[in-house]
Design a protein around this ligand. Structure first.
Ligand code: ATP
Ligand code: MG
Length: 473
């Protein structure tokens, strides 16, 4: 259910270069489920279901919780006053940038309907809108207030409400916003909250990161909302220490997502990616390619997919239409300058070095593509010139002297076909034009022979009609 194939047809290899550039983008759409995804799917499935255990909307406890939350809103109380029983547990996913954390979680969440509108539960009427999941990104500056706003926004997007408008306009204090947020979590029966890019917390000023993390623990412990946090290795330091204990207590474990090893999983991934190839020549899947791709990407999916795309773009724009394992190496050398130190650290396997490069800069494929447009017009021109056959060039020349397109095509074709050996464009044009003149019935005699117009019979006629001004001569 998770796997997603991109559209592909082998015949597309024959398309013009510019269309194949579009096709290559499909590489970023396909999805190959791997071992890790099964694990994460099960964790998310357990979290959602365990979290709902104590949140049956038909129980008195649920009603009390909702009423307490409302009272806290009116009294402008601190969110710490909220109490509850909870069976929830969340977890944290930590891994190098680009291993596919966000994609994995998004794919898995998309297996669930995000919004369910209830009208009854068995025999009991029940009017409620349930949001099974909500995913937000941690704000860049790690600000908790911004996080609240993002929460309102994501909730509005999912449920069709307008809390964002309502609560960003009024000047609510942070504590108030947190209470409102917890109340909305209850009201919409949110099943799981996912916070991505949690490493941004390291930018938070003055204990901001502790405050946010504590708030998440509160959500888990009092509301019973499982919270999943996703972050790069940079987030590791924030999640250490005191906070770690708190999370342990609430049943949250860490999932360290290592990059893929060069084993069967990697082969499955490369093999499924290999099918998406748009070079004119078929480049077969081979062990050499698999190993080279691993060595250059160090098992980071994001880099592997982009390398595979760039090596194809290179092959297509250069007109070679094929590539070898050493081309992958060359492209990596040339294009992955920014992430090279990090990849080198990963390659060395030295933990200290790896931690020094806490994050790798994301690689943007757009930059590469636009670079091709800027740097390589001469290549495109050259291939364009080469691609025009003698026939086509002759037609173009004929068109330039105003021969109608269908006639130009026919005559050029006739001339070229009449020669056994290849003929130059100039020669073909001359012959075709001669043919053209001889075919046009009402062409004046003089033009055919190239004589002086003034000596022809019609000259006096033209002069009388005022087309000639002899004073110019
Ligand atoms: N299983 C997969 N099959 C195919 N492509 C994948 C897979 N997983 C990830 N990708 C590709 O890798 C790219 C990066 O993945 P993603 O953004 O999820 O990484 P990340 O770990 O969240 O990185 P960051 O920490 O920088 O946010 C995606 O654009 C996607 O195209
Ligand atoms: Mg991500």
């Amino acid at each position: 259910m998770l796997s997603e194939k991109a559209a592909y047809n082998n015949g597309e290899r024959e398309l013009d270069m510019q269309y194949r550039m579009h096709c290559i983008y499909r590489l970023f759409r396909y999805f190959q489920p791997l071992e890790q995804h099964i694990d994460i799917e099960q964790r998310i499935s357990r979290s959602i279901r365990q979290g709902y255990l104590y949140r049956n909307p038909l129980t008195p406890e649920y009603a009390t919780g909702l009423a307490d939350g409302f009272a806290a809103m009116k009294d402008k109380a601190d969110y710490h006053v909220l109490r509850g029983k909870s069976a929830a547990s969340g977890f944290t996913i930590i891994g190098v940038s680009g291993v596919g954390k966000s994609t994995a979680v998004e794919k898995i969440l998309s297996l669930y309907p995000q919004k369910i509108i209830h009208t009854r539960y068995r025999e009991t009427p029940l009017a409620s809108t349930q949001l099974v999941w909500l995913k937000l990104d941690c704000p860049h500056d790690g600000s908790l207030k911004q996080l609240c706003y993002q929460f309102f926004y994501a909730l509005d997007m999912a449920a069709g409400t307008d809390y964002f408008q309502l609560y960003t306009k009024g000047r609510y204090s942070l504590d108030m916003l947190l209470i409102i947020m917890t109340q909305l979590v209850r009201l919409f029966q949110i099943g799981i909250l996912v916070i991505d890019e949690i490493q941004h917390l390291s930018e938070a000023k003055g204990g901001g990161s502790d405050k946010m993390l504590n708030f998440f623990v509160t959500l888990v412990n009092t509301i019973g909302l499982p919270v999943v946090m996703i972050g790069t290795t940079k987030a590791m330091s924030i999640l250490q220490g005191e906070f770690r204990q708190a999370r342990r207590g609430s049943g949250q474990g860490d999932l360290i997502w290592d990059r893929i090893k060069n084993d069967a999983v990697w082969q499955v991934f490369v093999k499924s990616m290999w099918r998406y190839q748009w070079t004119k020549k078929h480049v077969p899947y081979s062990e050499g390619m698999v190993n080279m791709l691993y060595d250059e990407s160090q098992g980071i999916i994001d880099i592997a997919v982009k390398l595979y795309a760039i090596v194809q773009i290179e092959a297509i724009t250069s007109g070679v239409e094929s590539f070898s394992a050493s081309d992958i190496h060359k492209v990596a050398e040339k294009k992955l300058g920014l992430v090279k130190p990090m990849l080198d650290a990963l390659r060395s396997g030295d933990r200290k070095k790896i931690l020094r490069y806490e994050d790798i800069t994301p690689v943007s494929i757009e930059d590469y593509l636009s670079a091709y447009q800027v740097v390589k017009p001469e290549i495109q021109e050259k291939t364009a010139e080469k691609k025009l056959t003698v026939l086509e060039q002759t037609v173009v020349k004929l068109l330039e002297v105003d021969v109608e397109p269908p006639v130009a095509k026919r005559l050029a074709g006739k001339v070229i076909a009449s020669h056994k050996n290849p003929v130059s464009v100039g020669e073909a044009f001359k012959e075709a034009y001669r043919l053209y003149i001889s075919e046009v019935p009402d062409m004046p005699e003089t033009e055919k022979s190239g004589e002086d117009l003034r000596e022809s019979d019609g000259y006096e006629d033209i002069k009388r009609k005022g087309f000639v001004d002899e004073t110019e001569w």
